[in-house]
Design a protein around this ligand. Structure first.
Ligand SMILES: [Zn+2]
Ligand SMILES: [Zn+2]
Length: 153
């Protein structure tokens, strides 16, 4: 699904602000990597982003894409989906949301449930640990895999 023009513009300007705040140069590579990331709603790995970026920047290497994605997560323009195991998966959707992960095909889906946004951690945890983020993570089998399972029965 293509992002609407307006939405893309907004996201790019958020991205530019992020870079400026962290005094990170806005290079064509960074912009392309970011664009490729937000164009995927499926939480791509570095390799998946690399394949997309390569179309516009044929000389870019997987290593550069990997490093750029890590830089983007450091400045808060993207983040790494926690607990996804295997390869690192990145997310350019900065609006608060939770994840469903299919343990069979490894697809990661977004969902939003308000009660999960306001989870309280036990107070004593905060004494010895600085909590930055709490997230709910749901694992299971996705629709496609379920259909596959039924077919094979
Ligand atoms: Zn699945
Ligand atoms: Zn997500």
């Amino acid at each position: 699904m293509e992002l609407k023009e307006k939405e893309l513009e907004n996201k790019l300007s958020t991205f530019n602000n992020c870079c400026r705040q962290k005094q990170l140069k806005i290079t064509p590579q960074r912009v392309e990597v970011y664009k490729a990331l937000i164009a995927c709603s499926d939480h791509p790995s570095a390799e998946m982003v690399y394949k997309k970026v390569k179309k516009n920047l044929p000389n870019i290497s997987l290593d550069t894409v990997n490093r750029t994605l890590n830089t983007l997560s450091l400045i808060g323009a993207a983040f790494v989906v926690e607990g996804s195991g295997d390869v690192k998966r990145f997310d350019g959707n900065l609006e608060s949301h939770q994840h469903l992960r299919c343990v069979r095909c490894k697809k990661i889906f977004d969902f939003y449930y308000e009660s999960f946004e306001t989870i309280k951690v036990p107070e004593n945890l905060g004494h010895s640990f600085k909590i930055l983020k709490t997230t709910v993570y749901v694992e299971g089998h996705c629709q496609t895999c379920l259909e596959q399972e039924n077919k094979n029965k």
